[in-house]
Design a protein around this ligand. Sequence first.
Ligand code: AMP
Length: 116
Amino acid sequence: MSDTIFHKIIRREIPADVVFEDDHVIAFRDIAPQAPVHVLFVPKVDIATLNDLQEDQAIVVGRLAHAAAQYAKREGFAEDGYRIVMNCNAHGGQTVFQIHLHLLAGAHLGRFGTAK
Ligand code: AMP
């Protein structure tokens, strides 16, 4: 297994505010939230960036999206709505090289990010 900060969280070597976990996915609150609700959904299989996702691994991203939607329903904000985001490499703003899905919710969010 790789050794990003998310792998350390998966292995429970460093603490995180875990809100969901099953055999395939772990979800925990982002340490620097960008919305009232900001949860990261991370697969337990090693995939550094979305560019590395193989066709037979497409279910990995599906599981992240499904887990995020289930969490939104469980927490009661699914109908109000939310945003999911995956950043890839430098221009996408990826800083942790294990794929992850951001779930942002709890307020009306602005439109998509703009170039700096
Ligand atoms: P990205 O920029 O898409 O790679 O997102 C990485 C996210 O991980 C950022 O939003 C960080 O705030 C978040 N993050 C980094 N370290 C931790 C940590 N130890 N616990 C929770 N979230 C973290």
